[in-house]
Design a protein around this ligand. Sequence first.
Ligand code: NAG
Ligand code: NAG
Ligand code: NAG
Ligand code: NAG
Ligand code: NAG
Ligand code: CU
Length: 222
Amino acid sequence: MRFNSVALLTALAAGFFSQATFASEISNRSPAAPAAPDAGKGAGSKTSSSAAAAKTTAAAGAGTPPASKIIKIVVGSPDRNKSLVFTPNDIKAAPGDVLQFQFSMINHTVTQSTFANPCMPIAGSEPNAAEIHSGFVPVGANQTTVTTFEVPINNTQPMYLYCAQGPHCMLGMVMTVNAAANQSFAEYKAAAAKATANVPATTVKGGVLGSIPAADAVPPPQ
Ligand SMILES: *[C@@H]1O[C@H](CO)[C@@H](O)[C@H](O)[C@H]1NC(C)=O
Ligand SMILES: *[C@@H]1O[C@H](CO)[C@@H](O)[C@H](O)[C@H]1NC(C)=O
Ligand SMILES: *[C@@H]1O[C@H](CO)[C@@H](O)[C@H](O)[C@H]1NC(C)=O
Ligand SMILES: *[C@@H]1O[C@H](CO)[C@@H](O)[C@H](O)[C@H]1NC(C)=O
Ligand SMILES: *[C@@H]1O[C@H](CO)[C@@H](O)[C@H](O)[C@H]1NC(C)=O
Ligand SMILES: [Cu+2]
């Protein structure tokens, strides 16, 4: 555990982002949204172990393709009142790149769906697909580390990703990687807004959980 006790974790989670604030954020975004989940209940059992590998980009010689890069994605936003987003949320990535999701606030997931069935795990639509799911990553107040989920990119196939917490997917907490022109981020987000359920995947898959010092995360916690 990253925390001293379940009680401390629960207190931190509740104090960090109160129900009132959460409800107000939800209502600002969508009056018709389902009720917010109980932010303070339960305790995550995630054991974020070793620090993420300090990846360095490979030295690129003349004439070689661009070096692979780490693409940092904040699961949230610097503006906590508009934090139910991925930042950035519509990206291009090349084979060899690594998506580094940084869980800086609240209690989110990054989970893969198909374009056609947003807010649903991809395995429900394509049982043999590679699947991305970070699991729920709660963040306590004043945490000195930020949990990361690193996903290596193997091809240029479009990926459609969402947060499976409460109604976050319907509220626009979605993102695309190499989205097709005719299956764009905007179209995916619009389809997600009409989803009737937000379903997490069952197993952490497709990436590696780790942690980095909070001071190294973008944006640094306030
Ligand atoms: C995070 O969210 C999940 C799903 O709603 C919940 O089961 C878990 O208890 C939450 N963790 C914390 C610490 O609030
Ligand atoms: C964020 O929301 C809180 C609660 O609704 C409000 O008091 C505060 O002024 C807001 N901050 C900004 C920058 O809008
Ligand atoms: C977090 O830090 C702030 C500012 O230093 C402090 O006021 C607050 O009590 C701390 N919260 C917890 C749960 O430690
Ligand atoms: C999107 O365009 C590609 C070709 O560029 C085509 O194969 C595919 O069927 C199109 N998808 C939709 C949903 O129109
Ligand atoms: C790329 O391949 C690795 C190793 O099989 C896998 O863990 C990862 O999830 C794959 N990336 C994507 C985006 O599917
Ligand atoms: Cu979320």
